[in-house]
Design a protein around this ligand. Structure first.
Ligand SMILES: Cc1cc2nc3c(=O)[nH]c(=O)nc-3n(C[C@H](O)[C@H](O)[C@H](O)COP(=O)(O)O)c2cc1C
Length: 446
């Protein structure tokens, strides 16, 4: 399970190829390699934002390539679908930028183009302060963004699940019937933030609703995950991960869902070499590329806070650290053992939003990863790109070790992303998912 954004700085290494991100061949090669290795899916993080300090994109972020520049993953995915048959393709669309009918239409089309291998990572958007300015909109408060997200997903689900019954698409040339009017209908939705009467003009693809992912571990983020997500991306140290997973499962149960139907995937950094000392040498090279300025710009992107204006020897002042941008990376540094601002910067320089990396030879990192899964109750990893900006070291060195331990299955046949990850034997949403309630006319406009 792979993600395609590099952490800050690493692009400076001579053997790093992340700077080829606007060359389609970079992605085609990556997708082919992942598919051949039996990887479950490739994830494209996305966001319109970038770091904002003092009311604009700071020179340090421009110079250092921190959360800047970026491309649009949606333009790349169909090309990847064309050169793969099994690999899942997951991307982010922000509920603050895209209107529900836009998300529904794009994802339904991609569900067809990928033969049911598409997933939507539902986020309210990390670089919210930047994207609000870009779109000329007032910044919406953090918790309200999550209320909007819930309403957004609710309407999107109605469009995917409620407009077309099974068998609605007929295409009978002899009788001249394209689609069955008894089985295609408008839905209606009058939510707190979105109203809609209408039909999704795209017939359902193999999954109908794309597989739903969520990322963002603030309290309302967890609630959104508990209500709608089928898989959740998390990034933290073991203790926090364990707490977050247990909390989201508890919340899912309160929403009437099977808490174990949700898969938790840890954003994992694997630094592997032929020997342990090779791996540490890679780690040292990587760390040498990251400046404290990069760290401050990265922190500003995720939180909207400028650490450079704060006392480096004191912890975050909770009243000064109130933010309407992202909260996960503020909350993780509060509490009884809170680090100082300088320590936060140093931690961000080392690992940014990720937990500590696994470092060593293949056996050592596999041991560390196994221990993390056992301690947290997570289901797997969203592997981060290595120092080359690819997943080659993971594929070449770690996959064989995981395969030998029976922890990954690399020869599975083609199937939908939902079947691949959830293993429930159906390409569709589970019966206890709120989207299932909108089937067969339940969300109809009457
Ligand atoms: C592995 C992982 C991937 C993420 N991908 C995205 C992404 O593509 N776009 C985005 O805006 N936020 C992404 N996030 C979430 C942000 O880091 C951030 O937490 C969130 O957007 C803000 O919500 P919060 O206040 O709940 O933290 C990701 C988080 C994790 C752990």
């Amino acid at each position: 399970m792979f993600q395609c954004v590099g952490l800050m700085g690493t692009w400076k290494l001579a053997d790093n190829t992340a700077t080829d991100f606007l060359d389609l061949n970079h992605w085609l090669t990556m997708a082919r390699r992942c598919e051949a290795a039996g990887v479950d899916f490739l994830f494209f993080a996305d966001d319109y934002g970038y770091p904002v300090v003092d009311g604009g994109l700071p020179a340090t972020a421009i110079r250092g390539g921190v959360q800047f520049p970026k491309g649009d993953p949606l333009a790349i995915l169909p090309a990847l679908a064309a050169v793969t048959e099994k690999l899942g393709l997951v991307t982010t669309l922000s509920t603050m930028v895209e209107q529900p009918p836009m998300v529904a239409r794009k994802m339904a089309t991609l569900d067809h183009m990928t033969n049911g291998r598409i997933g939507w990572n539902v986020v309210t958007g990390a670089g919210q302060n930047a994207s609000a300015r870009l779109f000329g909109a007032a910044m919406t408060g953090h918790d309200q963004r999550y209320e909007i997200a819930a309403d957004h997903v609710d309407l999107s689900l109605k469009l995917w699940e409620g407009c077309w019954d099974e068998g609605g698409l007929v295409v009978d040339r002899e009788s001249g019937i394209y689609a069955d009017p008894e089985k295609v209908r408008e839905i209606e939705h009058y939510g707190p933030h979105f109203s809609s009467q209408g039909v999704l003009t795209v017939p359902p693809g193999p999954q109908r609703t794309p597989m739903l992912f969520q990322a963002g571990a603030s309290a309302p983020g967890r609630d959104l995950a508990a209500k709608y997500a089928e898989a959740v991306f998390l990034a933290a140290e073991v203790g926090a991960l364990t707490e977050q997973i247990a909390d989201i499962r508890r919340r899912a149960q309160q929403y009437g869902r099977d808490p174990h139907s949700i898969k938790f995937l840890i954003a994992g950094t694997f630094i592997v070499g032929a020997t342990e000392s090779d791996a540490w040498a890679i780690r040292e090279r990587q760390l040498a590329t990251r400046t404290l300025d990069d760290a401050a710009a990265s922190y500003a992107f995720f939180t909207g806070l400028d650490l450079a204006t704060m006392d480096p020897d004191k912890p975050l002042d909770p009243s000064a650290a109130k933010t309407e941008t992202g909260r996960t990376n503020v909350e993780r540094f509060l509490g009884p053992d809170a680090p100082t601002v300088r320590q936060i910067l140093e931690e961000f320089q080392r690992n940014s939003v990720m937990g500590s990396p696994f470092i060593g030879d293949a056996q050592q990192v596999a041991d560390q990863a196994e221990a993390t899964i056992a301690a947290t109750g997570a289901d797997g990893f969203l592997v981060q790109p290595d120092h080359t900006g690819t997943f080659d070291s993971f594929i070449d060195l770690i996959m064989p070790e995981l395969q030998a331990r029976g922890l990954v299955q690399t020869d599975r046949p083609a199937m939908t992303l939902r079947e691949r990850l959830l293993g429930t034997g159906t390409p569709h949403l589970a019966a206890d998912h709120p989207g299932a309630a909108y089937r067969n006319g339940a969300a109809a406009h009457r």
